[in-house]
Design a protein around this ligand. Structure first.
Ligand SMILES: *Cc1c(COP(=O)(O)O)cnc(C)c1O
Length: 372
């Protein structure tokens, strides 16, 4: 019997459904009506998932999620504008680095990796600096798995009359995002995380009026969202070669998302996955790093066992041999590893992960676990 492909216990690319993979077994002409129809349907579905009304549009963009973040910042932040980045992990830092590279003025409000930004402090920063026009918040900081407080932050930004750009890369499709009700300026995500599509494209939900006003602002030709949108509206096509197979796979992945029961059901399954793996690993004496109340159901950071017999690479290799691909830690403060709860995983599969971790720790001779 051929062994099954390993499950990806990662924050994306994630394990995808057989139907989603099968959607890629066909070639499409990028200018052909059939492919244009897929693009139009995907854009319309993404707008629905974003709870965005008629004032918004969905602009897909080639590349990984980072390309979509850079396209959004470069298109929406005016050349003489200023942005504030709320950073408590690697993706916040990356957004700040992007602003530096594209030559936009910015400020960073940094909190520790296990600490969400404080809405009151944000209010003080915005009050003190009227030049800040845009604020960037990372919804789930995938570095640690911490869930940042979208609603209170959105309220402060709206009350101060500024624009909020949400990096919802690792939450879109699993946690509700009321784009129109919260007055978000832009929501950025990609195909290959909670939507369970394959990697190769990101997309941005943005106000049509903002994109119109941003024409000519972008620093880059290929990452100009306003141009991509204008061309797509006019022709139904992507500017430049689209990732046709990726778009087709996302179309099927979005059908599966709807069939599962949309965002509430997807988020509910991930929450059950999360409970299963956290309870199970706690039973083995391995503790998550982020307090439960701040933790998203997307990905969990665990402390490595406090035993010299433990090393990440052999732990990883043995788990892979058992059919599970985990993720190294990315936090700077502690020795950690991460387990993603997204993709076509179930609580039963997470139970198998826990059993495999127990076997591997025994095989490595790891006796001491986390200090209580
Ligand atoms: C995955 C992710 C990104 C984009 O990463 P890519 O590797 O470029 O796809 C950006 N922000 C967050 C919060 C993410 O989880």
């Amino acid at each position: 019997m051929k062994p099954r492909d390993p499950y990806l216990l990662t924050p994306g690319p994630a394990t995808t459904a057989a139907e989603t993979k099968a959607a890629m077994l066909r070639d499409w002409g990028s200018w052909d009506g059939d492919f244009k129809a897929i693009t139009a349907r995907v854009r319309a579905r993404l707008l629905e998932v974003a709870e965005a009304g008629d004032a918004y549009t969905c602009v897909p963009i080639q590349g990984s999620g980072t390309f979509a973040v850079e396209a959004t910042l470069g298109t929406l932040v005016p050349r003489d504008g200023k942005a504030l980045v709320l950073a408590n992990g690697a993706y916040g830092k990356r957004a700040a680095e992007t602003l530096a590279r594209i030559g936009r003025d910015f400020e960073v409000y940094t909190t520790a990796e296990d600490t969400p930004p404080d809405p009151e402090e944000l209010d003080r920063i915005l009050a003190a600096d009227p030049a800040i026009g845009h604020v960037l918040l990372v919804h789930c900081e995938t570095t640690s798995g911490i869930l940042n407080p979208l609603e209170p932050i959105a309220r402060v930004v709206a009350d101060r009359g500024r624009a909020l750009i949400l990096d919802a890369m690792s939450t879109f499709g699993a946690l509700p995002i009321a784009t129109a009700a919260l007055g978000l300026a832009a929501v950025i995500a990609s195909a290959n995380k909670c939507l369970e599509g394959v990697p190769g494209m990101g997309f941005v939900i943005a106000r049509k009026a903002d994109l119109q006003a941003a024409a000519g602002n972008a620093h880059s030709l290929s990452l100009d969202l306003a141009d991509q949108w204008a061309y797509m509206e006019k022709s139904g096509q992507w500017r430049f070669t689209p990732p046709t197979h990726v778009v087709a796979a996302l179309g099927v992945a979005l059908d599966l998302h709807a069939a599962e029961g949309g965002t509430p059901a997807r988020g509910g399954r991930y929450a059950a996955n999360h409970r299963s793996v956290v309870d199970g690993l706690r039973g083995l004496g391995i503790e998550p790093l982020i307090p439960d109340a701040l933790q998203s159901p997307i990905i969990v950071t665990f402390r490595c066992p406090d035993d010299p017999a433990f090393a990440f690479q052999p732990f990883y290799d043995r788990l892979k041999a058992e059919g599970f691909i985990i993720y190294p830690g990315k936090m700077t403060a502690a020795e950690t590893f991460r387990i993603g709860c997204i993709g076509t995983l179930t609580p039963e599969i997470m139970g198998e992960v826990v059993a495999a971790v127990g076997r591997v720790l025994d095989a490595l001779g790891v006796a001491r676990r986390n200090a209580a």
